[in-house]
Design a protein around this ligand. Sequence first.
Ligand code: FE2
Length: 382
Amino acid sequence: MQVHISLSGNNHMRISWITVFRTPAIIHYGTSPGNYTSSAKGSTNMYHYLKYDSGSIHDVVIGPLKPNTIYYYRCGNKSTQEFNFKTPPQRFPIKFAVAGDLGQTEWTSSTLQHIVKSNYDVLLLPGDLSYADMYQPWWDTFGYLVQPLASKRPWMVTQGNHEIEKIPKIHKEKFTAYNARWVMPYEESGSPSNLFYSFEVGGVHVIMLGSYAEFESDSTQYRWLMSDLKKVDRKRTPWLVVVLHAPWYNSNRAHQSEYESIGMKNAMEDVLYEARVDVVLAGHVHAYERFSRVYKDRANECGPVYITIGDGGNREGLDMWFLDPQPKLTAYREPSFGHGLFYVKNATHAVWTWHRNDDHVAVASDQVVLRNLASVSACYNV
Ligand SMILES: [Fe+2]
């Protein structure tokens, strides 16, 4: 139960699931239903949190896999339930679905119903997943809720403040449940921590930063970011995308002047600008906001487009109030639940759309065509 998959290095997929009893961490898989021509073994862990004991949490990496191909798989040796997933394309076009601060409410269900219709390849979640907030069974119910989608397409997540779950003197370790249940490809990307990592898919290099890991210039995250950016080859991956939780640009009244936003911006904005990052996706604020290209609070044609998309549907509700007047740098803002689609058409152009849940048909409430900064000679010297 609670099956979800994530990209794991080149042409590989990590499959994660939980069993009540201890069973072997093994996946049987193949490209036609019921005919499992391959198998792979992995590892099992569990965790304790106050009086809660998790089930056995299994992680198995399978591959190499062919791109754009449906694989059928079975978890363990005795299960009769078959799942299937589709691998992402090797090259453009590729479609990312994006929804932060997801939670597990009726609004969440509505968001997921919209996302599933979008025929996306990979989901990006900029933090705040289950809103278990220390009540561990809610991590399990979140696992059940997302399984129909997350067992079929890779879900790539980073942490938000709701994943911390530290209780002073009682449970001193941070991110216990998150790190046990949502293992991401940090080792595959040379990172020392599950809280920040990168991956490459379909011509896009995606960096998942950790707003709640240390980020100052003497931190391991900062050093890892610098080394990861050195590996980026804009010929191999023309697009460069960053995902994090606490937004660096934000004109909502909620979450102004937090250290995780302002401190991280001060520490890392120059680095992302110099690297010509195309888009920065954030969550945390429960509303939608898109900025024009910006660097150091001024319009800049070579700066990233900053987007806040923390409107997945959590139980805290929407952040209804924006600062007045609307800043010139804000291109669009609205406090509604919804999701984003980042459709990368080719090496030079992509389309970003935002979809509001209240619209029962899939209409784009906000849409913009993005030109890849690596293809703009005034910004990027090849
Ligand atoms: Fe948050």
